[in-house]
Design a protein around this ligand. Structure first.
Ligand code: CO
Length: 287
C-alpha cells in the first residue's frame, strides 16, 4: 500500500476501515443509529460512543432521555435540527437549538435529562462521548453551551464550508476550549466534487462520518457514503473529496489516552472497583 506525500511533506491518512452504524434505541425509547460503541466498533480511543439521531416522526424521539447519571467522561451534543431541553441535578439547564453544541464534562458525576422541546418536526444531530484520563475523571462537572452564532464558519477551499466546533482551521479556533484530549470537531459541507484537505495532529485518532451525500478519501480513494464512518490511519493530512451530490460530514480527531477502560452503562472509569464506587455514590445520592 503506497504512502503518498502531501505538499507540506506529511503523509496522507488512509481509510483503514469503513463502519456502518446500527439502528437501536436508548433513553426512554429514542430511535437512533449507534456508530461507535456497538458490537462492530466498541470504541476509538478516546471516542467511546457516537450516536446519530434524525427523524421527522415525533414517535422516534418524543420520549427523550429522562434523568440518568454520567461519570468519568464527556458528552458532546451537536444539534442540526430541532430543540432539546437540558436539566441537571446541580441546577443547570439550557436549550439546544439548531447549530448549537453542548460540551459537557461530566467528570465526577451528575444526573441530567435531555428532552425534546417540540411536539413535531425534524429532530437531527449527534451525541458523542469522549473519554477523560484517570487524572481528570473526578474533575468537577463543567458545561460549554455554545449557541450557533458562536460557531465560526470558515472556508475550507473552493466549495467547502467548515463549521468549527473545536479545533483550528486557517488561524480560526472553534469556541470549545480547555479539553484534555485536544479535540478537533468540524462539520464539513462540500459542494459536489469539492475537495477538503487539512493537517491533523499526527498522533491523534481521527475519523469522519458522512451524514449527507458521499465522498472518497485517502491515497486509495476509498468510497464513504451516507451512514458510513471512516476510520483514518496514521499520518498528518486528511483528504476528502465529495461525490456527485452535496455532501456533509463530521470530522473528529483527539489524542488517544491509552489507558484501561472499565465501562458500565453511563459510567466509564479505569477499573472495575471504580465502577462499583460509581454505583455506590450514585445510589447514595452523592452525584
Ligand atoms: Co446524558
Amino acid at each position: 500500500m503506497g504512502v503518498s506525500q502531501d505538499t507540506q511533506g506529511g503523509t496522507v491518512r488512509s481509510v483503514l476501515r469503513v463502519v456502518r452504524g446500527q439502528v437501536t434505541s436508548d433513553g426512554a425509547g429514542v430511535k437512533l443509529t449507534r456508530v461507535i460503541g456497538n458490537a462492530s466498533l466498541g470504541d476509538l480511543d478516546p471516542f467511546l460512543m457516537l450516536d446519530e439521531f434524525g427523524s421527522d416522526s415525533a414517535t422516534d424521539y418524543i420520549a427523550g432521555f429522562p434523568d440518568h447519571p454520567h461519570r468519568g467522561f464527556e458528552t458532546v451534543t451537536y444539534m442540526l435540527d430541532g430543540r432539546m431541553r437540558h436539566w441537571d441535578n446541580k441546577g443547570n439547564s439550557g436549550l439546544l437549538g439548531p447549530g448549537s453544541v453542548q460540551w459537557m464534562t461530566a467528570g465526577s458525576g451528575l444526573v441530567h435529562s435531555e428532552m425534546p422541546e417540540q411536539q413535531e418536526g425534524l429532530m437531527r444531530g449527534f451525541q458523542l462521548w469522549i473519554n477523560l484520563p484517570a487524572k481528570d475523571k473526578m474533575t468537577p462537572p463543567r458545561y460549554q453551551d455554545i449557541p450557533p452564532e458562536q460557531v465560526p464558519e470558515v472556508s475550507g477551499g473552493e466549495g467547502v464550508k467548515v463549521r468549527l466546533l473545536a479545533g483550528r482551521l486557517n488561524g480560526v479556533s472553534g469556541p470549545v476550549s480547555g479539553i484534555v484530549t485536544d479535540p478537533v470537531y468540524f462539520d464539513v459541507h462540500l459542494d459536489p466534487g469539492a475537495t477538503f484537505s487539512m493537517p491533523l495532529p499526527a498522533a491523534h485518532t481521527a475519523f469522519f462520518y458522512v451524514y449527507e451525500g458521499s465522498a472518497v478519501s485517502g491515497p486509495e480513494r476509498k468510497n464513504v457514503t451516507r451512514g458510513d464512518l471512516a476510520i483514518l490511519g496514521q499520518g498528518g493530512q486528511v483528504t476528502i473529496e465529495a461525490g456527485t451530490s452535496p455532501t456533509r460530514l463530521i470530522l473528529l480527531a483527539g489524542r488517544p489516552l491509552k489507558e484501561p477502560v472499565a465501562r458500565y452503562g453511563p459510567f466509564v472509569m479505569n477499573t472495575r472497583e471504580e465502577i462499583m464506587q460509581a454505583f455506590d455514590d450514585f445510589n447514595a445520592g452523592r452525584f
